[in-house]
Design a protein around this ligand. Structure first.
Ligand code: GLP
Length: 244
């Protein structure tokens, strides 16, 4: 596990954007796994700004979304599909055939989940998976209790996750289920790049660094991955002491 401690939130988001773009520059046909959440908003802003400024070609890469809420109509403003369309696809004029979304509108979620796994495998696998982390240690929507070998499936959101995200929905009721890549699915990506920013993540980052393969904090399963990079801003890293 490699930890990059940054001097500011801006430096942290720029670091994640630059590592992603460097991968795309060296291997333009890379397959990138995309994450959502407030933390990642700055990454997409930095990514699109640099890519447009430098005219970085994205025409041969492919993207998989990590997760999606269940029960929202297609095009809902709070869906992760809308999130990424607004922040990455439209600014970079990416084609619709360059991205796959967890298929949440089918009749059988179990079949849809299997199909998504097959699509990932047929693409050659994810080269770089971007990740945030929930305050309870969730990755994607793999909540505490998720197995380290879990695959794409329907997941129930915990109260902690609902409380952390419900303000996005305003007066509307937030979904309580999602379709998420599993921890086993995420671990098959060749490289994992996680970003944590803000004081609200300091405690979970401390826990992550002190525990291994702990289902109470699903992110701890990532520590066995040979290419796992964690990027922190000063607040998220404020409760750890790496003595380096
Ligand atoms: C979200 C997503 C995760 C994200 C996490 C943290 O709901 N499913 O992929 O990492 O929760 O979100 P935030 O960055 O808003 O704290």
């Amino acid at each position: 596990m490699r930890i990059i401690q940054c001097h500011s939130t801006q430096e942290a988001v720029q670091t994640v954007a630059d590592l992603t773009l460097e991968r795309l520059l060296s291997r333009p046909s890379s397959v990138i796994g995309l994450a959502t959440g407030r933390t990642m908003e700055g990454v997409y802003a930095a990514w699109t700004k640099r890519a447009l400024g430098e005219g970085i070609d994205h025409s041969s890469c492919f993207f998989f979304m990590l997760d999606e809420y269940l029960g929202l109509p297609d095009g809902h403003r709070c869906s992760f599909k809308s999130y990424i369309q607004e922040r990455l696809l439209r600014p970079l004029s990416l084609r619709e055939d360059q991205i796959a979304f967890p298929p949440v509108h089918g009749t059988s979620h179990a079949d849809s989940a299997k199909h998504y796994e097959i699509s990932i495998q047929e693409s050659g696998g994810v080269d770089l998976q971007l990740l945030g982390i929930g305050q309870n240690g969730h990755i994607g929507f793999n909540e505490p209790g998720s197995a380290g070998n879990s695959r794409t499936r329907v997941v129930e959101l915990t109260e902690s996750t609902i409380n952390a995200n419900k303000s996005e929905f305003g007066e509307e009721k937030m979904p309580t289920q999602a379709l998420s890549m599993g921890i086993g699915t995420i671990l098959e990506a060749k490289n994992l790049l996680m970003l944590a920013t803000g004081k609200s993540k300091a405690e979970v980052i401390k826990y992550l660094l002190n525990h291994h393969d702990d289902p109470n904090c699903p992110a701890t399963f990532l520590k066995s991955h040979p290419h796992f990079t964690l990027v922190l801003d000063p607040d998220a890293g404020s409760k750890i002491n790496l003595n380096i």
